[in-house]
Design a binder for this molecule. Sequence first.
Ligand SMILES: [Zn+2]
Length: 263
Amino acid sequence: MINTQPATDTITFLGTAGARFMVSRQLAASGGIWLNLNGTQILLDPGPGSIVQSTKRKLSAEKLNAIILSHRHLDHSADVNVMVEAMTNGGFNRHGWLYAPADALDNEPVIYTYLKKFIEGVIILEEGKSYTLDNITFSTPVRHVHPVETYGILFRSQGHCFSYITDTRYFAGLNKSYADSELLIINTVFTEPRPPVEHLAIPDAARIIAEIKPKVAILSHFGLHVWQAKPWKIAEELSRQTGVKVIAARDGMKFDLSQLEEE
Ligand SMILES: [Zn+2]
């Protein structure tokens, strides 16, 4: 039978909470981001509740091809073990890959040793490297400035290019590293920069969007003050400031990459 289904690329937000208070109080969910790129399914940063949010959204972990951790912090990795167990049907269907920076796996691995045997392998993320998974490629162009080893990810699938700018302090290299992106997902934790805490704030997001000029930018991973300031209002204001369509992610929001063609 010929598959007449058009290939789709979708991004589902299993949570929008960033940093400790939003996550520990579950003011918003914190399950990470689920990608379905032409049938290749990837879970990014399974924070606390990823298993709850993914099953609630009828996303089947058994269909995952890979789990990617941008870094080892709890709000990005807490559910990695349960998601590996779910991906492999309790180890009875050995498959899938885990991608993570070396420091998530070295001294105090975020994944249990016995679960590592359930997957095809663990691949170490390194600065400036590219990776191929089925029909998609992704790269980790630059190491972020964050207390633990951290990489954002630039994905290429079916002619689309989009980036996940995970936790980091703002630095000039961000703009060059993610310059090709038609879509940016930006972890926007603070309303204003709070040095020495290494997270992006709204003015940083504005600067990145203004310089890269993607077709669309999606803000997520909100800290408490961003949440209280209403992320959708911030997104409206950034749209006005930058001339780029800026969206505030919501728990469960699904973005189809074909929407980029309309922009
Ligand atoms: Zn972090």
